[in-house]
Design a protein around this ligand. Structure first.
Ligand SMILES: [Zn+2]
Ligand SMILES: [Zn+2]
Ligand SMILES: [Zn+2]
Length: 102
């Protein structure tokens, strides 16, 4: 399988998390009082949102709102990426694992 990464990652720092990537929660869920299933991290600005199995689907909402196409899983042990524009999932060699959080 050819190694392909999506072009939307070009120019982004992939070896470190954005400084804002600290909350262990979907802030939009906290505000709306819903409960998330799994967290996704925006690779562009560090927004943490919940996955499409969560009632709020805030990661997708963030993509629609902010136009940041690339997210990665923010779950411990998961290091896959997803590009909304390409509808393309991939993993990156040498990418740091998600920081552990409860
Ligand atoms: Zn892409
Ligand atoms: Zn949410
Ligand atoms: Zn973003």
């Amino acid at each position: 399988m050819a190694v392909t990464i999506c072009q939307h990652l070009v120019g982004l720092s992939l070896t470190s998390f954005p400084p804002s990537a600290t909350p262990d929660a979907c802030e939009d869920c906290l505000r709306e009082g819903t409960r998330w299933v799994a967290l996704r991290l925006c690779r562009e600005c560090g927004h943490v949102g919940c996955c499409d199995n969560s009632p709020g689907r805030h990661a997708t909402a963030h993509f629609r709102l902010a136009g940041h196409p690339v997210i990665r899983s923010y779950e411990p042990g998961e290091d896959w990426y997803w590009c909304y524009l390409d509808q393309f999932a991939f993993e990156l060699e040498g990418a740091p694992p998600a920081p552990s959080h409860p």
